[in-house]
Each structure stands twice: as structure tokens, then as C-alpha cells.
Design a protein around this ligand. Structure first.
Ligand code: PMP
Length: 389
């Protein structure tokens, strides 16, 4: 069934949910169309040119991604996305933790569910989990982490950028605190990879989860960057067994087209960084200026905010009412996409200590460099209307 292009082009609101997923970059889209029209071959097929070509394509993507993070290509383990990478990082370490009697894990209350749920599994299996809280600023305190660190801390897992607020966590400072500790440091960089790279280059970070569909690549592919320690692989066990692809860490035929597109998206994220940053910042400044006029409250510290997102509430207006009144103009969300089918107040904002009104009124708007100009006059007018009702 084809999608009705007319409906798509006419009457659609502006998409402001790029933290849930970004549109494909034009270069990525045309690569994929070309690829599916012309290429065939499984990178695991050793016996013919088609397999060898596919393998080269995958190796090239590995190089492109490793270059962005400054790791080795062999440290890039392809997965289906950041959810899988997070599960692999945490649950993959379970048996090692048991073996060496290290059963303590430190993370935060504001992680994505793909961290919090595996942590619950670890807990059920006898691990002790310490969760750090975020302050009103939206980030956790590295000194609190230092105090929680123990001899038997197996792993520290801290997100890079929060998906609901866009607030950057103090990853580099945490990495410094971890010097001298054996704990494995995992960073869920789903929202920051391709947008805020410097902290991810820190060699103290052992594991990094990244996802293609947050950086204008296709959905269904991501990676776990797994840095070697003293030349050896970390003691992670696979969750998916079979053909031993990806050094035995993730079996299953590699999706060559998706991986190649992810590689291109990663390379472009570096090449076009300034252009993208400036366009996003411009949209953010207009958003803040216009929403401030009608008394919006912005959640989290502006100085630690990525330029492609704001989380805000308008006092006295419920988030559902706000989304409904604005739905012809802009597509925004309350809560993260993984939970948005059933609304419950955000665990992130609640951990940051927002009051009830702000908690139930908060919405996230997230855009990208392709986002067209937003009609703020209409939006402000519509919000004023419900305020006066
Ligand atoms: N972690 C964070 C912080 C995210 O924002 C997301 C996506 N919402 C994920 C993990 C899961 O990523 P994926 O959709 O690639 O599984």
C-alpha cells in the first residue's frame, strides 16, 4: 500500500518529535533506495563476490562510526538499536559479575526504560542497584556517584543526554571519578551521539550504546561500542546465539543496507555538525522567546541543554490539552515514545522534583536541522485561547 503523498504534504503539522525518531537525511535515503535496487549479498558469505562486497560495505560503516568516536573499527558491535545495546551491556555482564563476586551496579533514576528494566532483572538475580537522582537542573551529581562507588561495583551506567529533557549529563567528570576503579563504565548515548560528541571520545568509557534513527539514519540498527581493555574484549556474554557474528557477541545476519546507511549518517553528523547545530539553536531560541511570552516554564538547566529540544509546561494547562489544541500546528509529545501509548507522569521529571502542575503539564518539543520555520504567532494565539477559557 502506498502512502498518500497528497495527505502527507498538505494538512500535516510540523513534526517536533525528533527525539523519538528523526527523518532520514536525504543522502541516507537515496543511498538506501539505490542499495535495495542494486545490491544483494550477506556479509557472512565467504565464497563469492557478493558476500565479499557486503562485508566491505559493513567494514566501511564500522570505520565511519569508529572515526566519530575515535575507537577501533573492531570495537563497533552492530545491534538492532540502542534498546538491544543497553540490554547487551547490562545483562551481558551478569555472569561475569557473579563469577568475580561483583554484584553492585550504579545508574540513575532518569535512564530510559531499556536501562531501568534490565537493571530490575539484575536486581532479581541478586545484584544491588544504586540509582542516583537528578536535581532540578536535570543532571546527576558526579560526587554522589563517587560516594556510591565500591570495591564490588561491577558497572556504572549513565546516560549521555536525557531523552525527555535534552539535558547533558556530566559524563567526563564521572569518567574522571572512575579513574582508579575497575568498574565497567557504560554510557547510553542514544540522544547525544552525532550531536554532542566530545565526551564520548573519553577512553575511560568502556561501553557506548548508539542508535541510527536518532541521527537521520534508518530505524532497526544501532551499535554497542565495546572498547578493549588492555587489548582484551570485555567479559560480556551474548544475549542472542547462533552464527557467531560480531565476535560472537550478537548472532544474526547483518542488515548490510541499514548498517551502511548508519555509517553514512554518522559520517555526515560530523561533517555537517556546525550547520545542524546552528539551525537547531535558531529554532530553540525562537521557541524559548515565544513561549516565554505566555509564561512557559522550561525544565532543566539551559546551560546543559542540547539545541534540538525543550521540555516545558504552561502553568494551569494540562499536557493533553496542550497537545490537542496545538495538534494542527505541531506534533509534540508528553513522555518518551516508548511509553506514550499509555500516559503516566514522566519518571524523569518526577525525579527532578517538578511539582504536580508542571509534571502533568509538561511536553517535549524536539526538532532537527530539516525542521521548517514554525508559526509561533499561531501557536502563541492558540495557547492564549485556552488560557483565557
Ligand atoms: N535510550 C535512550 C536515551 C533513548 O532515547 C532511546 C530511544 N527512545 C533508546 C535508548 C532506545 O533506542 P532504540 O529506539 O534505538 O532502541
Amino acid at each position: 500500500m502506498s502512502i498518500d503523498k497528497q495527505t502527507r504534504l498538505k494538512d500535516m503539522p510540523i513534526y517536533l518529535d525528533c527525539n523519538a525518531t528523526t527523518p532520514l537525511a536525504p543522502e541516507v535515503k537515496s543511498y538506501l533506495v539505490d542499495f535495495y535496487a542494486t545490491e544483494v549479498g550477506n556479509p557472512g558469505s565467504r565464497t563469492h563476490i557478493f558476500g565479499q562486497r557486503a562485508k566491505q560495505i559493513v567494514q566501511n560503516a564500522r570505520r565511519q562510526i569508529s572515526k566519530v568516536i575515535e575507537c577501533q573499527p573492531s570495537e563497533v558491535v552492530f545491534t538492532s538499536g540502542a534498546t538491544e545495546s543497553n540490554n547487551l551491556a547490562l545483562l551481558g555482564l551478569m555472569n561475569f559479575g557473579r563469577k568475580v563476586n561483583k554484584r553492585h551496579v550504579i545508574s540513575t533514576h532518569i535512564e530510559h526504560k531499556s536501562i531501568l528494566e534490565p537493571l530490575k532483572i539484575l536486581e532479581k538475580n541478586g545484584f544491588e542497584i544504586s540509582l542516583l537522582s537528578a536535581s532540578k537542573s536535570g543532571y546527576v551529581d558526579p560526587d554522589e556517584l563517587k560516594m556510591q562507588l565500591r570495591e564490588d561495583t561491577l558497572c556504572v551506567s549513565i546516560m549521555h543526554v536525557n531523552n525527555e529533557t535534552g539535558i547533558i549529563q556530566p559524563i567526563e567528570c564521572i569518567a574522571t571519578h572512575l579513574n582508579g576503579s575497575e568498574a565497567i563504565f557504560h554510557v547510553d548515548a542514544s540522544q547525544g551521539f552525532g550531536k554532542h560528541i566530545p565526551p564520548l571520545k573519553n577512553k575511560r568509557i568502556d561501553l557506548i550504546s548508539i542508535s541510527s534513527h536518532k541521527i537521520y539514519g534508518p530505524t532497526g540498527v544501532g551499535a554497542l561500542i565495546s572498547r578493549l581493555r588492555n587489548g582484551s574484549r570485555l567479559p560480556i556474554e551474548p544475549l542472542i546465539h547462533g552464527g557467531d557474528q560480531e565476535w560472537g557477541l550478537r548472532s544474526g545476519s547483518l542488515p548490510t543496507a541499514l548498517i551502511a546507511a548508519f555509517g553514512i549518517a554518522a559520517e555526515i553528523s560530523e561533517r555537517d555538525f556546525v550547520k545542524r547545530f546552528e539551525r537547531c539553536k535558531y529554532i530553540q531560541e525562537l521557541a524559548i522567546r515565544n513561549l516565554s511570552q505566555i509564561g512557559a516554564i522550561f525544565h532543566g538547566d539551559h546551560n546543559a541543554l542540547l539545541p534540538n529540544v525543550i521540555n516545558f509546561s504552561i502553568p494551569g494547562i494540562d499536557s493533553e490539552a496542550l497537545m490537542i489544541i496545538l495538534k494542527e500546528e505541531i506534533a509534540i509529545s508528553n513522555g518518551s515514545a516508548c511509553n506514550s501509548s499509555s500516559y503516566t507522569a514522566s519518571h524523569v521529571l518526577s525525579n527532578m522534583g517538578l511539582d504536580e502542575d508542571a509534571l502533568h503539564g509538561s511536553v517535549r518539543a524536539s526538532w532537527c536541522y530539516m525542521t521548517p520555520d514554525i508559526n509561533w504567532e499561531n501557536i502563541v494565539g492558540l495557547i492564549k485561547q485556552i488560557k483565557s477559557e
